[in-house]
Design a protein around this ligand. Structure first.
Ligand code: AMP
Ligand code: GLY
Length: 425
């Protein structure tokens, strides 16, 4: 099998590594890829928002499977163009990716499918926003309706801050937002493979979205993750498949827009049970990297089954007994104003720590071949160990070997879980 992976972050680096490790995968091509991916896959510069360009690339390389990493090409309809060209694609159509692309649409589908989620008001004017904020009270949750790279959501006790974010969302063309009930409780990410009909869950992970230790600071795309969740209630995965993922996949099929790809169910485990915080139409980043680090079932065959309606025939997935921890090394200033172009050293030394792999996120090569930072999240240090404490030790030892001027990372990824201090409400 020959696979094409779209994207250029650490999630795509993990996908490429997983695909290349599948004995049935002969070649992996990445578009556009990054300097880390380049060690394993042929990287081809391509505009991945251009479906025709992607389909032409896939044909030129005789690809059997296209795996779409990020949300933007999905929402732009790249999977639709590739499918129309006869390619097998792991990634939903634009219509199905609207579960991520529009929070108002996701709320509507959840209501139709009876999926438990936060009570919400969809607003297009400031008077509606003010009324919704007053009806729901603090803490306020205000979400931009459309894609915002993890920065569209503000959760705050300050009504003024909520109003200010709402104004910014409504100022955009066709501005629309969702004001919703605050959900209390630990957050869980559950990625579910879906072939339009059958749902196969991966193991759950926890993501750390805030920039600073102790869940302080602004929301980011994700600063770290770990998997699995030893503290999660027994039966959580089956429960979420039965009450969330399967009804959602059924509802999308009923509407004639089947979901084929990875449905990311973001949950809060509240005192009243699991509630959906968000859907995404793809694997999480960096939470997906924590999950893939432990998956032993060959990834190419699994994603091909997802793309071709074959999930009913996939047996139980196989997982390593290890625990996985991912720590993100971010640029100076991330997420507010990102400084790029700084040299990165120490990656080889970091990767020598037993159990550690270093994935590239925002990196590029300078004209003399030097590795430089090129984005907000620069590297993911992924570590596996017999327990979370061991995985954390390895991850942080490796992070300590990486030199990137001004970089920052959280020091408390998986700390509470390693200490047994995470408890569902
Ligand atoms: P989203 O873009 O919907 O994933 O939201 C980003 C982050 O904001 C989530 O991971 C949560 O940490 C937080 N968040 C979103 N919705 C809520 C909610 N209803 N209650 C509490 N926190 C939320
Ligand atoms: N880690 C959060 C996301 O991928 O959206």
């Amino acid at each position: 099998m020959r696979a094409l992976v779209l994207g250029s972050g650490a999630r795509e680096h993990a996908l490429v590594k997983g695909l290349a490790a599948d004995p049935e995968v002969d070649a992996v091509i990445a578009a556009p890829g990054n300097p880390g991916i380049d060690a394993t896959a042929l990287c081809v510069p391509t505009d991945i928002l251009d479906g025709e360009a992607v389909a032409a690339l896939a044909r030129a390389h005789d690809v059997d499977l296209v795996v779409v990493g990020p949300e933007a090409p999905l929402v732009a309809g790249v999977a639709d163009v590739c499918r129309a060209a006869g390619l097998a694609v792991c990634g939903p159509s634009a219509a199905a990716a609207a579960l991520e692309g529009s929070k108002a649409f996701a709320k509507e589908v959840m209501a139709a499918a009876g999926v438990p989620t936060a009570f919400a008001h969809v607003c297009t004017t400031m008077p509606e926003v003010e009324a919704a904020l007053d009806a729901l009270g603090a803490p306020y949750v205000v979400k931009d309706d459309g894609l915002a790279a993890g920065k569209g959501v503000v959760v705050t006790d300050s009504r003024a801050e909520a109003v200010q974010h709402a104004r910014a969302c409504l100022a955009k063309p066709d501005g629309r937002l969702v004001v919703e009930e605050f959900l209390d409780g630990p957050e869980v990410s559950l990625f579910c493979l879906a072939d339009g009909r059958t749902v196969v869950p991966l193991q759950p992970a926890q993501d750390f979205k805030r920039a600073a230790d102790g869940d302080e600071g602004p929301n980011t795309g994700g600063m770290g993750a770990y998997s699995p969740l030893d503290w999660a209630p027994t039966g959580l995965v089956d429960d979420v498949v039965a009450r969330v993922a399967q009804p959602t996949v059924d509802e999308m099929r009923r509407r004639g827009t089947p979901f084929v790809g990875i449905l990311y169910v973001g949950l809060a485990l509240t005192a009243r049970g699991p509630r959906v915080v968000e859907f995404n139409a793809r694997l999480g980043d960096p939470d997906g990297q924590a999950v893939l680090a432990r998956l032993e079932t060959p990834l190419g065959q699994l994603l091909l089954a997802t793309a071709t309606g074959g999930l009913a025939d996939v047996g139980p997935l196989r997982w390593s007994d290890d625990r996985a921890v991912v720590v993100v090394v971010a640029s100076a200033g991330y997420p507010a104003s990102v400084r790029t172009g700084d040299p990165i050293t120490g990656i080889e030394e970091a990767a020598e720590v037993p159990g550690v792999a270093v994935l590239h996120a925002g990196t590029r090569r300078g004209s003399d071949g030097t590795l430089l930072s090129a984005g907000g999240r620069v590297l993911d240090v992924v570590a596996v160990g017999a327990d979370l404490a061991e995985a954390r030790r390895a991850a942080y030892e490796a992070v300590g070997r990486i030199e990137l001027d001004g970089s920052h990372h959280r020091t408390d990824i998986a700390l509470a879980a390693a200490r047994g201090q995470v408890v569902p409400l």
